[in-house]
Ligand binder design. Structure first.
Ligand SMILES: NC(=O)C1=CN([C@@H]2O[C@H](COP(=O)(O)OP(=O)(O)OC[C@H]3O[C@@H](n4cnc5c(N)ncnc54)[C@H](OP(=O)(O)O)[C@@H]3O)[C@@H](O)[C@H]2O)C=CC1
Ligand SMILES: O=CC(=O)O
Length: 326
């Protein structure tokens, strides 16, 4: 019997290839550090049965129509805003993903960025590297304290909850959140309060973004929103760069509408090295490393590979975005 072929679009953890090969699949893997070019991805997918991809791959309707023969697509990530799920569903292609594998890892980055921004850590480190560490300054380098402050979460799901738990436990923060549906578990466990979006942005000392990027969250943090935030507030985004408008964020920081920003995600990615955010005192930027721990990446590989194996062996996709296709 001929082996089913799986196209891997990036260099993924070896565990993914190992699991697939052990289960009898042939793996066709892109072996360069940069993402596989779109045209080459379509071409290579023609001779494959399944696709193992990630957030840097544009799986839009053109791709899907050109690759409608694919039996399954599995995403090595929890966010899947790079995939046109509606079109995949129309074509009957199941979309697997990897929820929860990186919840703790990403919450650590959000929590770390919050503290780093409050204390200008990245900028201060850069000062040392630039030979600008003068004497101990009795009145300079002042940051903010976080104890007893109010945390506002946009998107209190898996990662938002893990961030809220850290902030509650470490700093006794009051937790406000805005979701489309209530999260009773968070209300019980950490006394989180569901509020409308305007209350969230105007009453929080720290806003942390943890919702998916969708048409309704695209650019939601814009000029008028930053203007309603506290001048002493921090804006933390570890979700997707498209949720904030970068020019409006820069203006808000320059105008003093908000105090600082910590970003693990930008728009576009990668951020250009001459981006003004990189030289601002109260800004900390990381290159989308939320899920970058050994544990999280191995688990993501395992979940994404299991989606394919389980689909062919049992007709089930354990972690699926569009279950209606099965
Ligand atoms: N920086 C990184 O490396 C990583 C980034 N991410 C990003 O984090 C996101 C969240 O992941 P995860 O916590 O696992 O996802 P979840 O689905 O568990 O949580 C997302 C939450 O957002 C809420 N939400 C969705 N749409 C809206 C909206 N329009 N307004 C308000 N709330 C909304 C949802 O609640 P409701 O449906 O009730 O509105 C839900 O509670 C991912 O989609 C991904 O983009 C994830 C992993 C790593
Ligand atoms: O950004 C990472 C993800 O898993 O989504």
């Amino acid at each position: 019997m001929t082996k089913k072929k799986v196209l891997l679009t990036r260099i993924f953890p070896k565990l993914a290839t190992q699991l697939l090969e052990d289960a009898g699949y042939e793996v066709i893997a892109w072996d360069k550090e940069q993402p596989m070019p779109y045209g080459q991805m379509i071409e290579a997918a023609q001779s494959c049965n399944a696709l193992f991809c990630t957030l840097t791959d544009k799986i839009d309707s053109t791709f899907l129509n050109a690759c409608s023969h694919l039996d399954i697509i599995t995403q090595y990530a929890v966010g899947y805003d790079n995939i046109d799920v509606e079109q995949a569903t129309k074509l009957g292609i199941p979309i697997g993903y990897a929820p929860n594998a990186m919840t703790e890892a990403t919450a650590d980055i959000a929590f770390g960025l919050m503290i780093a921004t409050a204390r200008k850590m990245f900028f201060m480190n850069q000062k040392i590297k630039n030979g600008k560490w003068g004497y101990f300054d009795p009145v300079g380098h002042l940051g903010l304290e976080l104890k007893d402050k109010t945390l506002g979460i946009l998107g209190l799901g898996r990662i938002g909850m893990a961030m809220a738990q850290r902030c509650k436990g470490a700093y006794n923060m009051e937790i406000l959140y805005h979701n489309r549906t209530a999260n009773p578990n968070a209300e019980d466990q950490i006394e989180a309060k569901l509020v409308d979006f305007d209350t969230l942005i105007s009453q929080s000392d720290v806003i942390s973004v943890h919702c998916a990027l969708t048409p309704s969250t695209q650019g939601i943090f814009n000029k008028s929103v930053f203007e309603k935030m506290k001048p002493t507030s921090l804006f933390i985004n570890t979700a997707r760069g498209g949720v904030h408008n970068e020019k409006d964020l820069i203006d808000a920081l320059n105008n003093g509408n908000i105090w600082g920003a910590g970003l693990d995600v930008t728009n576009p990615e990668p951020m250009k090295p001459n981006n003004p955010l990189l030289t601002m005192e109260n800004v900390c930027v990381l290159p989308h490393i939320g899920s970058a721990t050994i544990t999280a990446r191995e688990e993501m590989a395992k979940m994404a590979a299991t989606n394919i194996i389980s689909f062919y062996e049992k007709g089930e996709v354990p972690f699926i975005v569009n279950p209606e296709v099965l």
